[in-house]
Write a protein that binds this ligand. Structure first.
Ligand code: HCA
Ligand code: CU
Length: 416
């Protein structure tokens, strides 16, 4: 076991009462890991991917049935625990749901619909073993969308869960817009459906209005009232979806909803890449994710939606592993861990270096060695000044493949 943060710092920073000159080469992320450690240990946190349901709600996105099957296979191979798809949208979607269910994938296929018996019937028709039903429980949804009373919503929730259970299905129930519902009513619904045998409850921040502490409180409230496993489904309207999903896990949720590249209604939900990497590296949650598929998944999404991820998108973006400033280049070329806490190959991305007016003397020296020029201080200084003098910003950008890395660094960077 790692020592506590205080003990760790004391051991490394102070030898005979003064800072150590050379710090031992333990994992460069060691202290960050100590800060990140969960009090309750390394819980398994699962991932449900909803690219085929929530993802298709993104403006401009519509998959063909072949693409839906391909996406399901890729997600399954990647290692998500559940894959969500909606058969109730159109006959085509029903066909796709049936086809995806019949693939015999390892992940559960969750057939998503409204809290209506007819939608459960559609799921049964598709051969589903898992279904999901959603019903708005906030006052604004009850009054202005559904036009039903709280009592009617409560009755309908219980009936639908009982109906699914009586047909041998596993059911997740989503208390839609739960983050804006009266907590007493929310808990009342959750307890009632727990009594009816619901298998999981999804707690959504449907409109993305919570901050991480708010999401924590929301989940904690329900966690304290029922013992059913909880999903976190959070929208990214203010850019807080990933943080909110992780806060939900801290409060006791054990499954996070994602989509590839985060697509979904309006601006979507957390991206699979960011959630999977955070769970693996920051939470140390045990899983079998094939993280090195992440960029391929993102490329597939770009092909199928014609929406490439923006270049600074975490993990999968083109700039995620680009290094530019001279001081960064110098450090990266000696030991990539200096600025790469997670190696690019681990997530299917690659390291790139940019030479230009920010390259500095060290960057210029590397550029010279790449071009086969003799490296010397004076020459490097002149090249660095020349790069600045051009006033053209970034001049050369290159991916660092194995061979190139070895040539520049004599092998050190290539091994990382
Ligand atoms: C929807 C609403 C939903 C449901 C989430 C869930 C939401 O578009 O159907 O079923 O877990 O954000 O509340 O996506
Ligand atoms: Cu949603």
């Amino acid at each position: 076991m790692d020592p506590g943060i205080g003990a760790g710092f004391r051991t490394v920073m102070l030898i005979s009462g003064r800072p150590r000159a050379v710090i031992g080469m333990r994992d460069p992320n060691h202290y960050a890991n100590l800060y990140n450690e969960h009090a309750e240990g390394r819980r398994k946190i699962r991932v449900l991917d909803s690219t085929l349901r929530e993802g298709e709600q993104h403006p401009g996105v519509s998959f063909t049935n072949k693409q839906r099957i391909q996406i399901a296979w890729m997600l399954d191979y990647f290692g998500v625990d559940q894959i969500e798809i909606s058969p109730v949208v159109s006959p085509d979607h029903k066909e796709a749901t049936r086809a995806v269910i019949s693939q015999g994938l390892r992940a559960d296929i969750v057939s998503h619909g409204r809290a209506l018996k007819e939608d459960i019937d559609t799921s049964i028709d598709c051969g589903a073993t898992w279904c999901a039903a959603y019903l708005g429980v906030s006052d604004v949804h009850l009054r202005d969308k559904l036009r039903i009373s709280r009592q009617q919503a409560l009755d309908r929730s219980v009936e639908v869960v009982e109906y699914a259970k009586s047909h041998g299905l596993k059911i997740r129930f989503t208390v839609e817009d739960g983050s804006r519902a009266d907590p007493e009513f929310l808990v009342c619904v959750c307890k009632a459906i727990e009594g009816a045998g619901v298998d999981r409850i999804s707690l959504p921040d449907t409109v993305g209005i919570l901050r991480p502490r708010g999401m924590y409180n929301f989940v904690e409230r329900v966690r304290g009232a029922v013992s059913v496993p909880l999903d976190a489904h959070v929208h990214n309207d203010i850019g807080l979806a990933l943080a909110n999903a992780l806060a939900a896990c801290d409060a006791g949720a054990d499954q996070v909803h994602t989509t590839i590249d985060g697509i979904g209604e309006r601006i979507g939900i957390p991206a699979l890449a960011e959630v999977a990497v955070a769970l693996t590296y920051l939470y140390k949650s045990p899983n079998d994710f094939r993280l090195d598929m992440l960029q391929d998944l993102s490329r597939m999404m770009a092909d199928y939606t014609s929406m490439p991820p923006y270049e600074s998108k975490p993990i999968v973006g083109q700039s995620a592993y680009k290094h530019k400033a001279g001081t960064h280049l110098a450090a990266i070329l000696r030991n990539p861990a200096a600025y790469e806490p997670i190696p690019p190959r681990a997530v299917g991305n690659r390291r790139r270096i940019v030479f230009g007016e920010l390259a500095g003397k060290t960057g210029a020296a590397y550029l010279m060695s790449l071009l086969g020029l003799e490296r010397n201080d004076e020459g490097a200084r002149a090249v660095a000044a020349g790069l600045k003098g051009l006033r053209m910003g970034d001049l050369i950008e290159m991916p660092l493949g194995d061979r190139l890395e070895k040539r520049i660094t004599g092998g050190t960077a290539a091994q990382k």
